[in-house]
Each structure stands twice: as structure tokens, then as C-alpha cells.
Design a binder for this molecule. Structure first.
Ligand code: 3SL
Length: 244
């Protein structure tokens, strides 16, 4: 069997297609936060590109059953319970809760491919879990979508796209077909940085942006951990993600 992989850097690059499988990546930090929130027992995460829609939906949920997560420009949105740090979604805070989440880029990417038959969110900590899920589905076409920053390329999402493709090449029985140059470049990036992921994240433009905003050392460490989570964040209805 052949598995065809395509990678797009940002949501606007995705053509009008309905992929069998879409994997959305936002290493710094949305998909890492989503993965940790589900690991720590969040009931579900509803993602929004639009803040007004988020507030409207959240108000329909009891206050003690919901958490509002919001980030713009790297900062927590005023009036929201949490920003977008994977360290903030502890068991104590999120267990059993429904999360309503909007971030600058990651939730837009999730929104862009919400028509996919199977939609997963991936960071580096759950790279292996998502890859094994893809292998088990035996689908021929997988679209990988990065989140970038406001429409432009990001190093860390491309690194993770390469990490996913490399895992599939090494660990599946399929013939893996890399369909575009974006993914070829990501594989090269992975080869170059795979032994110093932390440095790659800090070198990235968004890493530098976060560093300029405060002390994000622990966020960098958390986001650069590889294959430590067994969670596959899966869209179960449009815009709603649960663990599988
Ligand atoms: O752009 C996004 O979706 C965020 O992940 C950015 S941040 O890391 O929270 O600043």
C-alpha cells in the first residue's frame, strides 16, 4: 500500500479538497497545549477562529464546567481563564472540563481542514501516537498542515511535519510517497535538528517572539519533548476535539 503525504505551511495554502486524513501542527504552542489538556483529562476542546463565536458558545456552558483559553500575539486574552501554555492545562485545572479555545494561528488551521474525514492535532510530544493512528487507518492520502505565523512559514511546524514523515517512512509497511517539496524540505530539516529540537524551537521566529515576551523556558522544554504522550486529539464533530 502507498501512503501519499503532502505538507502545507499555512491554512491559506490548502486547496479546496476534502482529505481522508488531516493532521494539524502548531508546535508553539496550540497543538501541544491541546494534547496536554486532553492528557490531563479535559472532556473536550472546542476550537474557534472567531472570538465572538467562542464567547457565545462558552456562555451556553455552566461556568464551573468550562474553561476559556485565548491567545493573540503570544499573550493571554483579557477576560479569558487561560492563555495558550501547555503548562497551564494541569489536571487540577482542566479535568472533566470543556475547553473553549482560540489562538492566533493553530485554531485557524484546525478550522481550515475541519471537513477532513479524520482530523488530528499533533505536537512533538504526541508525534508517535498520531503516526501510529495514521498507520492503523490505512488511508492513502494524508494532508499535513502547519500553522505558521499570520500566514507565513514557521520553522518549528515544518520540523514536526518532517518528524511525522520520517516516523512513517521508518515504521510503516507502506510505501511512503512525499508529494511536495515543502515536505521534502521538512524531512531535511528534521534530519538536521532532530538531536537538538529545543534549539530549533528557540531559533525559530516565533520562539524568539515568545522569548521577547517573557520567560518561556519551560514551555520550550515541554513543546520540544518527543513521543512522550499517547494521546491522539481527534475531531469528533466539527470544531470539537477529544482524546482517542
Ligand atoms: O499561533 C498560535 O496558535 C499559538 O500557538 C501562538 S502562541 O505560542 O500561543 O503564542
Amino acid at each position: 500500500m502507498i501512503i501519499n503525504l503532502t505538507y502545507y505551511h499555512v491554512a491559506n495554502d490548502v486547496p479546496e479538497i476534502t482529505p481522508d486524513i488531516a493532521v494539524v501542527i502548531d508546535v508553539l504552542r496550540a497543538t501541544t497545549t491541546i494534547s496536554w489538556a486532553l492528557k490531563n483529562g479535559a472532556n473536550s476542546i472546542q476550537v474557534f477562529a472567531d472570538l465572538d463565536l467562542l464567547k457565545e458558545s462558552a456562555t451556553k456552558c455552566k461556568t464551573d464546567e468550562r474553561i476559556m483559553l485565548g491567545e493573540r500575539g503570544g499573550r493571554k486574552i483579557e477576560g479569558f481563564d487561560l492563555g495558550n501554555s501547555p503548562l497551564s492545562v494541569t489536571k487540577k485545572v482542566v479535568n472533566g472540563k470543556r475547553l473553549f479555545m482560540s489562538t492566533t494561528n493553530g485554531t485557524k488551521s484546525l478550522h481550515r481542514v475541519q471537513n477532513a474525514k479524520h482530523l488530528f492535532a499533533m505536537g512533538l510530544p504526541n508525534r508517535r501516537a498520531v503516526a501510529e493512528k495514521i498507520i492503523s487507518l490505512k488511508s492513502e492520502n494524508v494532508l499535513i498542515l502547519g500553522s505558521g505565523w499570520e500566514g507565513s512559514y514557521s520553522l518549528e511546524d515544518s520540523l514536526a511535519a518532517g518528524a511525522l514523515a520520517a516516523y512513517l517512512e521508518t515504521n510503516s509497511d507502506f510505501e511512503v510517497n512525499i508529494l511536495n517539496d515543502e515536505l521534502q524540505a521538512s524531512l531535511a530539516l528534521w534530519e538536521f535538528w532532530k538531536n537538538d529540537i529545543l534549539k530549533c524551537l528557540k531559533t525559530a521566529t516565533h520562539g524568539k517572539r515568545l522569548t521577547s515576551l517573557g520567560d518561556y523556558e519551560d514551555d520550550f522544554k515541554c513543546c520540544s519533548e518527543l513521543d512522550c504522550l499517547d494521546i491522539v486529539p481527534t475531531q469528533v464533530e466539527r470544531g470539537v476535539i477529544r482524546a482517542s
